[in-house]
Design a protein around this ligand. Sequence first.
Ligand code: HPA
Ligand code: ZN
Length: 330
Amino acid sequence: MEQFIDTLPKVELHVHLEGTLEPALMFRLAERNGIDLPYPDVDSVRAAYEFKDLQSFLNLYYNGARVLQTEQDFYDLTWAYLRRCADENVVHTEMFFDPQTHTERGIPFETVVRGIARARADAEAQLGLSTGLILCFLRDLSEESAIETFRTALPWREHFVGIGLDSAETGHPPEKFERVFAMVRDEGFHIVAHAGEEGPPEYIWQAVRRLGVERVDHGVQCTGDAELVEHLRRAQTPLTVCPLANVKLKVFDRIEEHNLPRLLEAGLKVTINSDDPAYFGGYMNANFRAVAQAFDLDRDTLRGFTRNAIDTAFVDDQRRRELYALLDAA
Ligand code: HPA
Ligand code: ZN
């Protein structure tokens, strides 16, 4: 099964670029930029990655992101992740980035976008994979800040396919961002949002009904509302499930307790993703292996995760056909 998973073409729809910052690169960039890290070495960074919930993770994650300063830093970050994708047979990936995490520290928006764009271009040319970029608003900041970010981003619009919503979920419901997502819709972007990672089913309803999301990021809390599950099944709204992330952030205590089997039994359109692989202990293959082993999933189910992701990727018809062909040939 391990070999089957390694060679299976995979499509990732939920990964935060800032969450691919490996401790070794964090140290290298800290040194390059003269930034003090609160850790003596790489091993103690890893040892600090014990989280009790989403917020305890976000504190470390935003602290780690401070080492990202220059266009080259964003290039190096993105390139390292895309190399890893190529190694793991990830043939298409749609990456989140959080501009406010950087602009709030005085890093210009264009520094971030330029570095990421150059790495994407190199990866597409040299590694043969396709990529998309999704700009996320931080939900613990104000809607005004999201609107300002969106205005700053618009001149760079050819660089991203969609807009999302992430960061601290509890107390920051999707409806807080209804006006900015109306602007986003008017501009014709794809829309996604984190909802139902820790937050209640009501937040998933809001993401669907009030923001108009095409995919729900995480969404695992939907099983607390039978009517919602039925809605998501009928609409075949994709859920970008991140199994190892859910265990690391104690949404489920153990992988065996993850509700993936319930989601599948309910007929929901599930994809498997890595979220913040440098922090949660695994990229795509590790996530596939974890669920395959915990739930004794067969090959058709694993192939189905890739098929679902291809169905819902923000790509043009030609690339979608190519991705199906890669899967069929495997
Ligand atoms: N949830 C919410 N926001 C995030 C996450 C997550 O898992 N990772 C990075 N930002
Ligand atoms: Zn996420």
